[in-house]
Design a protein around this ligand. Structure first.
Ligand code: GLA
Ligand code: ZN
Length: 665
């Protein structure tokens, strides 16, 4: 496989929307901004294949020639994320049927039914033709298949494919009936073709509500697999012509629909598009990066971010001066080995005309945004390459699992406000604030490298999960888990014998009942050392078995019963929290867990974000101010040099909002 030796700095480039004079201008501006890469051909299927039997690569040839001559690294997309109009006209089956059962006409993008054989045939052919034509271009750095795979389809072709997928999984109809507990409401099926897709016309109530979570979770797995098959199909088509160039597709962080851990196994490198809203906490942005790094435990590509604003959020605020730079360095700190924008030149019409770009509608380089892009370009030109061989090392693992994501959010009761990513973020936030790095891991990952494993809302315990966690603890690891954990198996049927099911012995508690709290309700918590706190969302009613109480409920009819516990299990320890704790209470618990796991807390207490990427004999520490006031740089850094500006850090230095320091050691 080609090893890319450049820190790619560039983005989506759509010269096909512009005249040739503009192309020339682009080349000058990009050089000025130190842009060294371009992602092309993302949405050009209609141009390349104007009719069913005709291909025309002339414009793309010119674009590739120009970029090659000008020495840009090229990220070449396959254009299969938006279908040409002729395909819909002749083969309406290529379109999707939505949750409501409406079959869609031509329009929008990400509009192909993943199980349409016509779509598959033409997508494969296009990928193959592109690879045959451009696969040996020396400037080709990455293949970018499709674009932001996602969404879902409920058409008849998908229904047929679902039955085949199920047959393969369950082998017998009896096994399927059992898995989905179809005896409930007399939904037993006797023939495979009695099975229908779970949308609004059948078991689906609304997008995340269903009468049979078992069916809906299987549908999610199937839909994710169907799109993954599309990806693999294009990948194989490319590989027939080009064995060397790494292949990716751009993911979307904590995106609900696709099991990215499964996807990442098929990708040479993970890439993703980061679009925080004006009010997304920086800790959540960091979490998304850590998840993307965690998919392969390797640095990733930032495929897209906007240099200024977006268009599709409700409120598309501008990035404040310095924010783009801070955000870019945060992305790198958490594992990015490229910084790429959507897009390089702002389009003139359609829904993205207000989307930020390196070159704005004014068409000049004399803009605030361009100057910031250029500053980052200059800095990355100087330091980017050295960062490539470094990564983050962490002793803390946080489990993220798409089956659990789907199962928790499909579950009817006890509390509809319980959402997966929010719970993951809540626990992550503590470590973010402490500047302790966290790896996001899957249930397939090896846990033995970690000292502390966090498993909040580990609702679904699949085959092998309990054994894996038990081994980790038995060997001396520290586990933190809590409410809504250990409840169901991989088909969403309850593990009988008392909650938290297979985790009961490990946690040393029996949860007899689970109370739900409405948004305005809270339960008081009293810690054994006298501190007070609150719990919300749900409250487990807990009996101690081998565990000890750390806090108890101080209100409600179960006051005086345990709310937070700890259990010694062989060489390790397990902390259990029975309710969604307020931030301070969660910090009390995690302080204890981190101490038991010998996780070193950062030497300094600071509001700055501090992250280190380590290489063989070098390390890079990023210090970033995401607050809105100046913050003193901790004394530990006095006398060191900021690698970006070559200034020595003195003991008076304060970082202004969005300022960044990079320390090489
Ligand atoms: C996504 C897409 C891009 C563009 C941006 C706009 O990430 O991949 O084509 O539409 O959104 O933010
Ligand atoms: Zn379909």
């Amino acid at each position: 496989m080609k090893e890319i030796q450049h820190f790619l700095y560039g983005g989506d480039y759509n010269p096909n929307q512009w005249d040739r004079e503009t192309w020339k201008e682009d080349m000058t501006y990009f050089k000025d901004a130190r842009i060294n890469s371009a992602t092309v051909n993302v949405f050009s299927w209609a141009k390349i294949q104007p009719t069913e039997h005709q291909y025309d690569f002339s414009e793309l040839d010119d674009i590739m020639d120009m970029l090659t001559k000008e020495n840009y690294q090229i990220v070449l997309a396959t254009s299969t994320a938006a279908l040409p109009a002729w395909m819909f006209k002749k083969y309406p089956e290529v379109g999707r049927t939505d949750f409501e059962g409406r079959h869609h006409k031509f329009g929008q993008r990400h509009n192909a039914c993943p199980n349409s054989l016509v779509y598959q045939k033409y997508a494969k052919r296009l990928a193959s033709k592109l690879a045959e034509r451009y696969g040996d271009n020396p400037q080709l750095a990455y293949w970018h298949i499709n674009n932001e795979y996602g969404g879902e389809c409920f058409c008849e072709n998908c229904e047929k494919a679902f039955r085949i997928w199920l047959r393969d999984k369950y082998k017998t109809i009896e096994a399927l009936n059992k898995a989905w507990n179809l005896e409930f409401w007399g939904h037993t099926v006797y023939e495979w073709d009695e099975i229908v897709l779970p949308n609004a016309l059948s078991e689906g109530i609304s997008y995340k509500d269903t009468a049979f979570a078992g069916i809906s979770i299987d549908y999610r797995r199937f839909n994710s697999d169907s799109m993954l098959e599309n990806f693999k199909m294009e990948r194989e088509a490319i590989r027939e012509w080009d064995k060397e160039t790494p292949i990716t597709t751009n993911l979307m962080g904590t995106y609900y629909y696709l099991d990215y851990f499964k996807w990442a196994k098929e990708m040479d490198i993970v890439s993703w598009d980061s679009y925080p809203a004006y009010n997304t906490p920086w800790s959540e942005v960091a979490l998304r990066h850590d998840l993307m790094r965690g998919l392969k435990k390797q640095p990733f590509m930032l495929m897209e971010q906007t240099p200024s604003q977006q268009n599709w959020q409700p409120y598309n605020s501008l990035k404040k001066p310095g924010q783009l730079r801070a955000q870019s360095f945060q992305t790198i700190a958490h594992g990015a080995n490229t910084i790429q924008y959507f897009q390089l030149r702002r389009s003139i019409g359609a829904c993205e005309k207000f989307h930020g770009a390196v070159i704005a509608h004014s068409g000049t380089n004399n803009t605030r945004v361009f100057r910031e892009v250029k500053q980052i370009g200059e800095e990355l030109e100087a330091v980017g390459k050295e960062l490539l061989a470094t990564n983050i090392k962490s002793k803390v693992a946080l489990i993220f699992d798409w089956d659990n994501y789907w199962a928790l959010e499909y579950t009817s009761g006890p509390n509809k406000d319980l959402t997966y990513v929010e719970q993951i973020h809540h626990i992550y936030q503590y470590f973010y604030k402490q500047n302790i790095s966290v790896d996001l891991v899957s249930l397939d990952d090896d846990l033995s490298d970690y000292q502390l494993v966090l498993a909040p809302v580990l609702y679904m315990i699949k085959e092998g999960t309990a054994e894996k966690i038990e081994k980790f603890v038995a060997e001396g690891g520290v586990l933190v888990t809590g409410f809504m954990s250990g409840i169901v198996d991989q088909s969403d049927n309850v593990h009988l014998g008392g909650y938290p099911g297979p985790l009961r012995q490990l946690c040393g508690v029996w949860v007899e009942e689970i109370d739900a709290l409405a948004p305005e309700q809270r339960n008081q918590i009293a810690w054994t050392d006298g501190q007070q706190g609150e719990g919300k969302l749900v409250s487990d009613i807990i009996h101690l078995e081998t565990a000890q109480e750390l806090a108890q409920y101080a209100s409600n009819f179960y006051q005086g019963t345990p709310a937070v516990t700890v259990n010694d299990y062989q060489a390790g320890k397990v902390y259990y929290f029975g309710t969604s704790l307020d931030d301070d209470s969660l910090a009390i618990l995690l302080d204890k867990a981190a101490a038991s796991a010998h996780i070193e807390k950062a030497a300094v207490d600071t509001k700055l974000e501090i992250v280190t990427r380590e290489g063989n004999d070098v390390s890079f520490t990023f210090i970033i101010n995401f607050t809105d006031e100046s913050v003193p740089v901790p004394e530990a850094f006095t006398g060191k040099t900021d690698y970006l500006t070559n200034q020595t850090i003195d003991d008076q230095l304060e970082l202004t909002p969005y300022d960044v320091l990079l320390i090489k050691e």
